[in-house]
Design a protein around this ligand. Structure first.
Ligand code: HPA
Length: 268
């Protein structure tokens, strides 16, 4: 990390949460979060997407950052991913639950379903995607074989099963540049590559979390069939409606999993 990298000692604020949610489209706030603190964190990479909110969800501590800003005005390729991850690390966060709306390439995943992907393919470009660029920090190569922390995925999958929330527990997420949606041919290419889902935000977010030594998992909410896989063009109104109708399941899953996630100390 950076020369004046936030060390783990920054967690001397013992009551500050160790788990944060990064909310995506349609999840610009955690509706049941009792906010006790709001921090504007300065980072060597500029401003994060917004203030970092923290407080209680039920009896559990949690922090929340809206990836696209509170007015949902920051496009996926303009999100300052480095500042966001840095700010969370600086505040002592160890575990990130990312939430993202996705299109589905896999026809077994219905609109409104939740998916906990285990793999991703990065098709993004021109995004500031590393802390270890050999400039402010020395060059370093991190292992990224499993981009989503396996033990954290398992906690979400177990908690979903225990609470009768349906989740698909395996999927490969194709991360595209956006903000436009894809062509039908692009989706066929991603399908041939082995992708099940398509979205715009899990990279470089997941890789930066790994570089920062944090645990990272994604709850993907399917909001449409990917381009060319339905007879009509993708309707943004329909997408927003599916988001609205299903986001409570995401919040429920987070609420049910949080105590176990907060207890996880030694996850790999
Ligand atoms: N493509 C890319 N990103 C998305 C989609 C999609 O179809 N739906 C929601 N996010």
């Amino acid at each position: 990390m950076h020369g004046n990298a936030p060390a783990d000692t920054k967690r001397s604020l013992m009551t500050y949460p160790v788990t944060a949610v990064i909310g995506g489209s349609g999840l610009t706030q955690l509706c049941d979060l009792q906010i006790t603190e709001q921090d504007v964190v300065n980072t060597p990479y500029g401003e994060p997407s917004g203030p970092l909110l923290s407080g209680k969800l039920g009896d559990q501590n949690i922090a929340f950052l809206a990836r696209h800003g509170h007015g949902h005005s920051i496009a996926p390729h303009k999100v300052n991913y480095r500042a966001n991850i840095w700010a969370l690390k600086e505040k002592g966060i160890r575990t990130i639950i990312a939430v993202g709306a996705v299109g589905t390439i896999n026809t077994e995943f219905a609109d409104g379903s939740l998916v906990i992907p285990d793999q991703l393919i990065d098709y993004t470009h021109s995004r500031s995607h590393t802390f270890f660029d050999g400039e402010s920090n020395s060059l370093k190569h991190v292992d990224f074989t499993h981009p989503y922390t396996p033990k954290l995925r398992q906690v979400l999958i177990d908690c979903a099963a225990e609470n009768a929330i349906n989740v698909h527990d395996q999927a490969t997420y194709a991360v595209t540049q956006g903000p436009r949606l894809e062509t039908a041919a692009e989706i066929q290419k991603y399908k041939r590559d082995g992708a099940d889902l398509v979205g715009m935000t899990s990279m470089p977010e997941a890789a930066l979390a790994r570089e920062a030594g944090m645990h990272y998992v994604l709850i993907a909410l399917v909001v449409n069939a990917a381009a060319g896989l339905q007879s009509n063009p993708i309707s943004i109104e329909q997408v927003m409606q599916t988001l609205e109708q299903n986001k409570s399941k995401v919040i429920e899953l987070i609420s049910y999993s949080l105590s176990r996630i907060n207890q996880l100390e030694a996850i790999s």
